[in-house]
Design a protein around this ligand. Structure first.
Ligand code: HEM
Ligand SMILES: *[C@@H]1O[C@H](CO)[C@@H](O)[C@H](O)[C@H]1NC(C)=O
Ligand SMILES: *[C@@H]1O[C@H](CO)[C@@H](O)[C@H](O)[C@H]1NC(C)=O
Length: 490
């Protein structure tokens, strides 16, 4: 009995040794992986941040980890990030397949589409259309300010009592994207809107949590009835709802007079005629859902962080309000151009974005060919994870890397200045497609709200806690805020 157990054990060890995962030659260094699990067992999956920090301290700016049998390279710091994403742009512009998100999107759309004509043409289409839509009947600013008036109305009703603003900001961010895509916003209690919000919340919970990690690293478990099956099902349901909206547009749209992104897509398909590949319904639906996903949590979590900082630093809030009151004196509403006269407020908004580091690990990339980085060799098809936080907090690039300090974005003369290490939207060919829109949203929403309201940390709430909840999109812990109406000088 004992002998056979020992033999079994020896056999097991031999097997482990034989299938031991080996790093490719001259691959970035990292901890020795176990078979099947890779380095997963060495990480705390609920919050791997601390473990990963230790690894990057030990192995340097470019290191590697195994997710199951799959090697991943982690890029840290501004210099390595620039070499990979700007100098060797195309080499690092792929997206991995075989992860939960790419199964949802089937490689279509934009975010998870691999480097190639489908991605390139849809990215170009979306960028141009977002720009041109602003020129139509309703400018982008009007769409955003329209939504802001709903936020304000809601806050006015709640003035004086502590509320958690999470769903309010979330709904507003989502509705701005809806207005751009579908031509109109939804009431927050509309059935379709409700279903969409719920699907996104559930899916990001799954994608953010251990289930997503398990799905991505252990393909054998994918077919079991585990929570990610719900993610796949709900995604499909919403896609079918969006298809209904698209078909309504098809029935009512006048060619060359786009009311929104869907109309523009239909025009594009017409323009291309018979041979309209890679433009088709499947691609359009995925692209629309991509924009919803990409534009909702990111924007609303950033707003939530900014408001948290306003409350934690009342003097900074007051200084913004003073500047805003002065510049907007006599005007009903701000416009995006006003930012040039509000260096301090601009600095505070950017500092909030830096501190929030909303997408700390960006979106995973993948090498499109055999390439190299900082002297190491990286084969084609390697998962690449860029640590955006590491650039946003890198000591040599910031006046105050580790504290909330608007002077990170102000020069000696008090003018607004953006250091090159500011890359919350990433850099290179895959850089955030919604950056222009997001910057406009952050500015118009925060400026309008600061002008109308004072944000106060509730007295009974203890100290503000800045520790973020880790996830694909990182967010502050839920909190409550009290708003007080301000006098507006118009
Ligand atoms: C504060 C808000 C936002 C932040 C911090 C943010 C950040 C990012 C980051 C870091 C990436 C990954 C870039 C890379 O892979 O290198 C990304 C991609 C993307 N973002 Fe944003 N984003 C924000 C808002 C938006 C909005 C409002 C939209 C929608 C219009 C949007 C659409 C996209 C799309 C479509 C991609 C994929 C681009 C591609 O793969 O080519 N984002 N974003
Ligand atoms: C990214 O960088 C931050 C700040 O330097 C660090 O705390 C975190 O652990 C790093 N994450 C990874 C995956 O290396
Ligand atoms: C946001 O929308 C959700 C879903 O429709 C709803 O349950 C929630 O009450 C809304 N939040 C606010 C503040 O209106």
């Amino acid at each position: 009995m004992v002998v056979s157990l020992i033999l079994l054990w020896i056999g097991f060890c031999l097997l482990l040794f034989l299938i031991r995962t080996r790093r490719p030659k001259n691959f970035p260094p990292g901890p020795q992986p176990f078979p099947i699990f890779g380095n997963l067992l060495q990480l705390n999956l609920e919050n791997p941040v601390i473990d990963l920090q230790k690894l990057s301290e030990r192995y340097g700016k470019v290191f590697s980890l195994y997710f199951g049998g799959r090697p991943a390279v982690i890029i840290t710091g501004v210099e390595a990030m620039r070499e990979a994403l700007v100098t060797k742009a195309v080499d690092f512009a792929g997206r991995p397949d075989g992860v939960l998100l790419s199964h949802l999107t089937q490689g279509k759309g934009i975010i998870m589409a691999d480097y190639g004509p489908g991605w390139k043409e849809h990215r170009r289409f979306a960028l141009t259309t977002l720009r041109n839509l602003g020129l139509g009947k309703q400018s982008m600013e009007e769409r955003i300010l329209g939504e802001v008036s709903h936020i304000s109305a809601h806050l006015e009703k709640c003035a004086g009592q502590p509320i958690d603003p999470q769903t309010l900001f979330h709904n507003a961010s989502c509705d701005i994207i809806c207005s751009i895509m579908f031509g109109s916003r939804y009431e927050y209690d509309h059935k379709f809107f409700q279903a969409m919000i719920k699907m996104m919340a559930d899916n990001s919970k799954i994608a953010n949590g251990p289930w997503g990690m398990i799905y991505d690293t252990m393909p054998l478990l994918r077919y079991l009835p585990l929570p990610f099956q719900n993610a796949l099902r709900d995604y499909h349901t919403i896609k079918m709802h969006v298809l209904d909206v698209v078909n309504e547009h098809r029935a009512t749209h006048t060619p060359k007079e786009p009311r929104d992104l869907i109309d523009s897509y239909l025009d594009e398909v017409d323009k291309r005629g018979k041979d309209c590949a890679p433009f088709d319904d499947g691609q359009m639906l995925t692209m629309l859902l991509d924009l919803l996903f990409a534009g909702t949590d990111t924007t609303s979590n950033t707003i939530r962080s900014a408001v948290l900082y306003f409350m934690a630093y009342p003097d900074i809030q007051a200084k913004c309000q003073q500047e805003i009151d002065m510049v907007l004196e006599g005007k009903d509403e701000p416009c995006f151009e006003d930012r040039h006269h509000m260096p301090y407020t601009q600095a505070v908004i950017h500092e909030s974005q830096r501190s929030a580091s909303t997408l700390p690990l960006s979106v995973f990339h993948c090498t499109t060919k055999d390439t190299g980085l900082m002297g190491y060799d990286i084969p084609k098809g390697t998962l690449v994870i860029q640590n955006l936080s590491s650039a946003l907090y890198e000591e040599k690039h910031w006046k105050s890397p580790h504290s909330f300090d608007p002077s990170n974005f102000l020069n000696e003369q008090g003018q607004f200045e953006k250091p090159p290490a500011f890359m919350p939207f990433s850099i290179g060919p895959r850089t955030c497609l919604g950056e222009g829109l997001a910057r406009m949203e952050l500015f118009l929403i925060l400026v309008t709200l600061l002008r109308r309201f004072q944000f106060i940390w509730p007295e009974d709430a203890g100290e503000p806690d800045f520790t973020p909840v880790f996830g694909v999109t990182q967010a502050p812990k839920p909190y409550r805020m009290v708003v007080k109406l301000r006098e507006i000088m118009t």
